[in-house]
Design a protein around this ligand. Structure first.
Ligand SMILES: O=C(O)c1cc(C(=O)O)oc(=O)c1
Length: 305
C-alpha cells in the first residue's frame, strides 16, 4: 500500500485509449512523457507540489506500443524533485528505446552527471511554473547549463507565456539547445497572430538553438472539444498556435503525449485520440516525419541520425 495520498481531485490516466487512426511513421518518438513512482519503490519528493497516481515504466512502455511509437523521451516530473531514480530506472529498462531529461541541483557531481549520461539522459529541465516548483536562482541554473553543455546535453524549459519577457535574457544566453515545453503555454483565448504569441515566435526566429514541443493541447485548450468519445478533431482553439510553429520551424519541433498528464483538472484525454491531433497541426507526411522522427532522433539519438 502506498503511503502517499493523491492530491484532491487528481485525475488518473485514461485506462483504455483507442488506437490512433494516424499511422505514425516508423521510428516515431513520444518526446515528452513521464513516469510517476511507483511510489512504493520510488517515493515522491518531500518538496513536491502535488501527489499523483502511480504511472510505471511498464505502463508507459505498453502505451508506447499500443499507440505505435518506437521510442520515448522521459522527462523528470516535478513530483520527484531532483531524485531522478524512477526516470533513470525506466530509461535503463527500455533497452535503448528511451532517453531522459533530468532535474539536477548545483551540487550534482561530475560522476553523477556521467552516470545519468550512461543511463540515457541527454538534457536537464529548468522549471519556472510557480505552481510546480520553488524558484531556483538563475545563477545556479546558468552554472548547471554550462556544465551540461560539455556533455552535449540541452536545456528543457517550462514557463508561462506571461513570464517570457522576464526570462528572455536568461534563455537567450544559454549555451545549449533550448527546448520549450508545451509551446511556452500560450493563452489561446488571445490571437495566434497577436503580440503575446508573436514574442514566442520571435524567440524562435532570432535564436536557432530554440526548439518547441507542440504538445499539451489538452492543457491549453479552453473550448475543446476534448479528445474523448471518438473525437478526432479535438482542441480546435490550440490548432492555429501549434500549426504556426510547425510550419515556421519544421526542423525544430517535437511532439509528446505528456502521459500520464499531471494536474489536469477537467478531463483526462484518450491518448489515442490525442495522437490523432497531430494530423491537424502537421498535416503532411513530410511534416510528420520531421516532427515525430527526424527532429527527436537528431536531439536524443544523434548517433542514429
Ligand atoms: O502543467 C503541469 O502541471 C505539468 C507538470 C509537470 C511536472 O510536474 O513535471 O510536467 C509537465 O509537463 C506539465
Amino acid at each position: 500500500m502506498s503511503i502517499f495520498h493523491k492530491s484532491p481531485g487528481w485525475l488518473d490516466w485514461h485506462p483504455w485509449p483507442e488506437k490512433p487512426r494516424l499511422a505514425l511513421p516508423p521510428g516515431a518518438v513520444d518526446a515528452h512523457c513521464h513516469v510517476f513512482g511507483p511510489a512504493a519503490e520510488f517515493p515522491f519528493a518531500v518538496e513536491r507540489k502535488y501527489t499523483p497516481c502511480d504511472a510505471s515504466k511498464q505502463q508507459l512502455f505498453a502505451l508506447r506500443d499500443h499507440l505505435g511509437f518506437s521510442r520515448n523521451v522521459i522527462v523528470q516530473a516535478t513530483c520527484h524533485g531532483a531524485d531522478n531514480r524512477a526516470m533513470v530506472d525506466a530509461c535503463k529498462a527500455s533497452a535503448g528505446k528511451a532517453r531522459g531529461v533530468a532535474t539536477v541541483r548545483r551540487n550534482v557531481s561530475d560522476r553523477e552527471l556521467k552516470e545519468l549520461h550512461l543511463a540515457g539522459v541527454r538534457g536537464v529541465r529548468f522549471n519556472f511554473v510557480k505552481r510546480l516548483v520553488d524558484v531556483t536562482p538563475q545563477d545556479e541554473l546558468q552554472e548547471i547549463a554550462e556544465r551540461i553543455a560539455e556533455l552535449g546535453w540541452h536545456v528543457v524549459v517550462y514557463f508561462e507565456a506571461e513570464d517570457l519577457p522576464d526570462l528572455w535574457h536568461f534563455f537567450t544566453r544559454l549555451p545549449t539547445p533550448v527546448v520549450v515545453d508545451h509551446m511556452g503555454r500560450p493563452d489561446v483565448s488571445k490571437p495566434a497572430h497577436g503580440p503575446e504569441f508573436g514574442l514566442f515566435l520571435q524567440l524562435m526566429q532570432e535564436h536557432d538553438n530554440v526548439w518547441c514541443k507542440v504538445s499539451c493541447p489538452e492543457r491549453l485548450s479552453l473550448t475543446g472539444p476534448q479528445a474523448l468519445h471518438g473525437e478526432r478533431q479535438a482542441y480546435q482553439d490550440v490548432v492555429p498556435f501549434a500549426r504556426r510553429v510547425v510550419e515556421a520551424f519544421p526542423t525544430r519541433v517535437l511532439w509528446g503525449t505528456d502521459w500520464p498528464h499531471p494536474n489536469l483538472k477537467d478531463h483526462m484525454p484518450d491518448d489515442g485520440l490525442l495522437v490523432d491531433f497531430i494530423s491537424q497541426i502537421a498535416p503532411t507526411q513530410a511534416l510528420q516525419q520531421l516532427l515525430l522522427v527526424d527532429n527527436p532522433i537528431r536531439l536524443y539519438w544523434p548517433e542514429d541520425a
